[in-house]
Design a protein around this ligand. Structure first.
Ligand code: XIL
Length: 339
C-alpha cells in the first residue's frame, strides 16, 4: 500500500477541483465571437474525450497540420487531401473551418528543395489548388504565415529565396483570384511582444492592400507566456491592428508555464497565474469592436496534445484542459471572462 501512496496523491492532485467556479457548459455559447481550436485527425481518432470537449466547447476549427504543404503534396503537382477532407466532413456542420496555412517556410514537402520547375508557378498553383479544393467548406485562410523576422525584415524563407520579395503579394493575389469571397489573413507570432515586428506586419499588410489585395485581417498567433507580454502590450498591439482597419484573429492561443524550460513541474500558483493571463487575453480581445473580431482559436484542447512539449522539448501545460481533459483554472477564467 505504501508504494501506492504517491501515486494516489498524484492522481488526486491531477483532478483537484478548480478554485474559480464555472459551469461546464459550452465556451462558445457564452461568446459573441467564434471559439476555435486545432488538432489533427489522429488526435480525434485516439482521444474520444477530445472530440467530446470539442463538440461541447468550440464552434470553430483549424486543421493543425492537415492542410500544410508537406502533408498534402507527396510529389510535385500531386495532392492528397484525405486528412483535410475527413476533418472537414467531421466538423463542417457545426464549426467554422479556418484554413491553415498556404505559404510558410516550414513543413514544406521533402521534394521542395530539389524542385526543378518554376517556383513562382508552383506557389501560384499551390494556392489555387488548395483554395479551390476547399472553396465550399473553408471560407477563410492564413495565406502567408510568419514571413517576418524579429527585426521586421523579410525572413529568409525558401519562398523568398526562390521567388523573390513579391512572393507574398503573389500568394495573396492567387488566393483572391481563386476565391473572390474568401476571408484572407496574414498570420504571425510575437506581434504583441515585439512592436517592431508589429509595425512591419502592419506595413506589409497595408502595402498589400494598396496593391489591390483584399486582405481582411491579421492573425496574432498568441503563443505567449504566463508573464509576457503584458496586458498593456497585448491591448496596444490589438488596438493598432483594428484601428488600421484589419480584423483580429487570436489564431493559435496557448499560454506556456515554462517558456525558459527550467521547470520540471507546476504548482497551484502557476495554474492560477495562467488562469489570470487567459482572463486578460479574453478581456483584451473583447475590447475589439465586434466587426473587427474574427474569433479566438486555441492551439489544442488538452495539455497532452499541445505541440509545445515535443517541439521545444520541455514540460509544459499551456492549454485550458489538463492531460485527462479535466478543466483547469484557465478554463474557468476563460469562461468567466466571456461576456
Ligand atoms: C505546429 C503544430 O502544432 C505541430 O504539430 C507541428 O509539428 C509544427 O507546427 N505556428 C504555426 C503552426 O503557424 O502551424 C505551428 O503548428 C505552431 C507555430
Amino acid at each position: 500500500m505504501r508504494n501506492w501512496l504517491p501515486f494516489i496523491f498524484l492522481l488526486a492532485s491531477c483532478s483537484k477541483p478548480v478554485s474559480e467556479n464555472c459551469a461546464g457548459s459550452g465556451l462558445y455559447t457564452k461568446a459573441s465571437f467564434p471559439i476555435g481550436t486545432a488538432f489533427n485527425l489522429s488526435d480525434a481518432a485516439e482521444h474520444p474525450l477530445l472530440t467530446q470537449k470539442f463538440s461541447t466547447h468550440f464552434n470553430a476549427f483549424t486543421p493543425e497540420n492537415a492542410l500544410k504543404f508537406s502533408t498534402i503534396s507527396p510529389w510535385p503537382g500531386v495532392y492528397d487531401f484525405s486528412e483535410g477532407d475527413s476533418l472537414v466532413a467531421l466538423w463542417q456542420d457545426r464549426a467554422r473551418i479556418h484554413g491553415h496555412t498556404l505559404i510558410w517556410h516550414q513543413q514544406l514537402p521533402s521534394w521542395f528543395a530539389q524542385y526543378k520547375g518554376d517556383y513562382k508557378e508552383l506557389l501560384q498553383a499551390h494556392v489555387r489548388t488548395v483554395i479551390r479544393h476547399y472553396a465550399r467548406n473553408i471560407r477563410s485562410w492564413d495565406v502567408v504565415n510568419e514571413a517576418l523576422t524579429e527585426q521586421g525584415e523579410l525572413r529568409a524563407s525558401p519562398w523568398l529565396e526562390q521567388v523573390g520579395e513579391d512572393y507574398i503579394y503573389l500568394a495573396f493575389k492567387a488566393a483572391q483570384e481563386a476565391d473572390a469571397k474568401a476571408t484572407l489573413f496574414y498570420n504571425e507570432y510575437n506581434l504583441a511582444l515585439n512592436p517592431r515586428k508589429l509595425d512591419a506586419a502592419l506595413r506589409l499588410c497595408e502595402n498589400l492592400r494598396s496593391r489591390g489585395i483584399r486582405l481582411s485581417g491579421i492573425g496574432m498567433q498568441m503563443h505567449i507566456g504566463v508573464s509576457y507580454p503584458s496586458r498593456e502590450e497585448i491591448a496596444f498591439a490589438v488596438e493598432k491592428i483594428w484601428r488600421a482597419g484589419f480584423t483580429v484573429h487570436f489564431s493559435e492561443l496557448d499560454i506556456s508555464l515554462n517558456p525558459l524550460g527550467n521547470k520540471k513541474n507546476f504548482s497551484e500558483a502557476d495554474f492560477q497565474a495562467q488562469a489570470a493571463k487567459y482572463r486578460e487575453v479574453v478581456e483584451v480581445y473583447q475590447q475589439i469592436p465586434r466587426d473587427h473580431q474574427f474569433g479566438i482559436t486555441l492551439w489544442g484542447i488538452g495539455d497532452a496534445d499541445s505541440w509545445i512539449p515535443n517541439y521545444f522539448n520541455r514540460v509544459d501545460a499551456p492549454l485550458l484542459f489538463d492531460a485527462h481533459y479535466n478543466p483547469k483554472p484557465a478554463f474557468c477564467a476563460f469562461q468567466n471572462a466571456l461576456k
